[in-house]
Design a protein around this ligand. Structure first.
Ligand SMILES: [Fe+2]
Ligand SMILES: [Fe+2]
Length: 192
């Protein structure tokens, strides 16, 4: 069996590897709290940024080798490439077939509507891992203790307005996720 921890250490910068280990730890805690598969959560945490420190060329090569055609929005935002490349790498190079694991890596940057618990766990763990210290991280950590959806809503609200302020493209996946949370939770009063 592949030693995924060692693989991540080899493919990532020390800073990124530390982040990945922290995301895995937080993902395990969230998986235990919200009922996702703990082993998958750990694995996704370790592997979610596996392609992030690779060159853009390498990321595109892996994406193409998995026969993935990127949308215009994805092509326009190279920051999205590492998630898609990560998905492709897990699938084609590591032979991981579990769809939930693959999707959790693929959508960890944009989110999407109808995410599984595991996908939400990885998305949020990436925001609140131990080394994160951005303005508002405490609010995110508190929200994650209340519900994954509440934390996701805050994260998406921030991300979408930030991208818009910077005149960057916004993934339809993020908008779908935001709208679904808005309708399902915010409008029904479940999110304060
Ligand atoms: Fe990432
Ligand atoms: Fe990350």
């Amino acid at each position: 069996m592949t030693d995924y921890l060692k693989l991540a250490e080899e493919m990532e910068s020390p800073r990124r590897f530390n982040h990945s280990v922290n995301v895995a730890k937080t993902a395990v805690e969230l998986a235990e709290k919200y009922g996702a598969d703990v082993e998958k959560a750990y694995l996704c945490g370790i592997l979610h940024d596996i392609m992030k420190d690779r060159s853009r060329n390498e990321q595109l090569q892996v994406i193409h080798s998995a026969d993935i055609v990127m949308s215009h929005v994805e092509i326009a935002n190279p920051k999205l490439w590492h998630s898609i490349a990560g998905y492709a790498y897990l699938k084609t190079k590591l032979g991981i077939t579990d769809l939930d694991t693959l999707n959790a890596v693929r959508y960890h940057t944009t989110a999407r509507a109808d995410m599984s618990v595991l996908e939400k766990v990885i998305y949020i763990a990436d925001y609140i891992s131990e080394e994160r210290d951005y303005n508002g991280v405490d609010e995110m950590r508190k929200a994650a203790q209340i519900s994954l959806e509440q934390a996701m809503f805050i994260a998406l609200q921030f991300t979408i307005s930030d991208l818009s302020n910077k005149k960057m493209v916004i993934s339809p996946y993020s908008l779908d996720a935001y709208n679904q949370l808005n309708v399902d939770y915010y409008m029904k009063g479940k999110i304060i």
